[in-house]
Design a protein around this ligand. Structure first.
Ligand code: ATP
Ligand code: MG
Length: 440
């Protein structure tokens, strides 16, 4: 008895992981990418433990085609790199190796230890750096959800499960590993991941995992805006953006990301516009058609731009410079929370700035707009505005017809120039850089 007690205290009797043979879990080696199989082979040949891990194993068990294959091994980054012709050491927060094989890039990471005393954290408990290497068991413990901590052994075909991930998948439950509050404090982005993975995989978030989320939502404010942007992008391009955003609002998680979303969604026009934009994006993602993140963010923030524009207009500012200034206001306020990359904001500005130009359907103006490189995106944006009731449907129909008409028909479609004070306006605009047409 005493012997058993001592063994248990020392952890020697701790139940080992579940090892499920290939015949029972059903992942066929054929469904593992050739690159992942190759990396596993090379590392195993050099005597290392190596597994496919994370999203790929989870997705295969759910019959979803994985986006990519992540590999976990006991080999250190500096041991991994020389084994492959094209391999890069990357990451500061997590050091890992990118192995390029043909068109595939495999992320190969060394087993890491979970949180311990030496882990560097901020005052809210957020982990700043964790590069302490560990065992397979420790690596499993530091992963976020049980369904993400499943390891596929390419040689034996077994799935190794330390935290009941297989059972949770069967129950269609997303459960965090360990104490939910502590794990969300270590990395608040896990709360966003819970929402995204829940929606993408059709799993419901386990009650005790979900319980602290509303209370801890403000912790997202301390996450670097660039990381939030990355996660938000994944969420919006997941094919379930509409469901995710609804769930984010339900959990109070959107406040640190898109603070004015509530205000936008409260007005019927704003809600209709955002819902339509997200539905369209989801449809495209699920049909494997390309989507533009710039278009999406432009849509999410449009009604904020409109509000700021209206306010400046009321103050008597000239219309076009007022729009430019409104765009600045919104993008600046947003960048504190969510660092939308400069490449994206440049496109968003072009799309927004082109909107008032759709109202000009006379002479060369319409023709010139048509020739701008962002015309198609800006027109799609106009179509959303029309569908949501913000601008007359007739405006969108006209531009649709105008685009596809031949040059003569186009000439006939042009409306007479009825704008008042044309000459005076042109003179006043001269030399106003803000008012220049969008650059390609
Ligand atoms: P998908 O690729 O479908 O978005 P994923 O689960 O593969 O989902 P990745 O960001 O590719 O997400 O992460 C790979 C794995 O790394 C996860 O499955 C999980 O085991 C682990 N992981 C990722 N982010 C975290 C995190 N914030 N905390 C703990 N573990 C994480
Ligand atoms: Mg992944």
């Amino acid at each position: 008895m005493i012997k058993r007690f001592i063994r248990r205290v020392l952890g020697l009797d701790a139940p080992g992981p579940l090892r499920v043979p290939q015949s029972r879990h059903g992942i066929s080696s054929n469904s593992i990418s050739s690159g992942a199989l190759k990396v596993c082979d090379v590392l195993a040949d050099h005597g290392h433990a190596v597994y496919v891990v994370g999203g790929a194993v989870r997705d295969l068990l759910l019959n979803i085609e994985p986006k990519d294959f992540d590999i976990a091994t006991d080999a250190r980054p500096e041991q991994i790199k020389p084994l492959f012709r094209r391999a890069l050491l990357i990451g500061r927060r997590f050091r890992l190796v990118h192995v390029m094989l043909g068109r595939e890039t495999l992320e190969v990471s060394t087993f890491r230890a979970a949180d311990n005393q030496s882990t560097e954290k901020d005052q809210h408990g957020r982990v700043l750096r964790d590069n302490v290497f560990g065992t397979l068991e420790e690596d499993a413990r530091r992963r976020d959800f049980t369904v993400n901590a499943l390891y596929f052994d390419c040689r034996s075909g077994e799935v190794i499960d330390y935290h009941g991930g297989l059972a949770d998948l069967k129950k269609r439950t997303l459960r965090i590993i360990g104490d939910p509050e502590a794990r969300f404090r270590e990395d608040p982005v896990r709360m966003l991941r819970a929402v995204r993975l829940g929606a993408k995989l059709g799993l419901s978030i386990d009650a005790s995992t979900r319980a602290p989320i509303k209370r801890l939502a403000p912790l997202l404010e301390h996450v670097p805006p660039a990381r939030l942007f990355e996660e938000m992008l994944k969420l919006l391009l997941s094919g379930h953006a509409n469901a995710c955003l609804r769930q984010l609002r339900h959990e109070g998680l959107h406040k640190g990301l898109l603070p004015l979303l509530d205000v936008i969604l409260e007005q019927p026009l704003g809600e209709r516009f955002v819902t339509l934009a997200l539905a369209q994006t989801d449809e495209r993602v699920l049909a494997d058609r390309p989507v533009s993140p710039a278009f999406l963010f432009a849509a999410l923030l449009w009604h904020e731009v409109l509000a700021a524009w209206k306010m400046r207009d009321k103050r008597g500012e000239p219309r076009i410079p007022a729009l430019e200034a409104a765009m600045d206001d919104v993008l600046e306020a947003q960048s504190v929370k969510l660092a939308i990359t400069r490449r994206l904001t440049a496109t968003m500005r072009e799309v927004w700035a082109m909107q008032p130009r759709f109202e000009e359907r006379s002479g060369q103006r319409a023709q010139r707009l048509l020739e701008l490189p962002r015309f198609r995106m800006a027109y799609d944006f106009l179509a959303l505005r029309a569908a949501s009731g913000e601008v007359p449907a007739e405006l969108e129909t006209w531009w649709r017809a105008f685009q596809s008409a031949d040059p003569e028909a186009r000439e006939e479609m042009l409306l007479p120039d009825t704008r008042p004070h044309n000459k005076r306006r042109r003179r006043r605009r001269k030399g106003n850089a803000n008012d220049a047409p969008p650059q390609p």
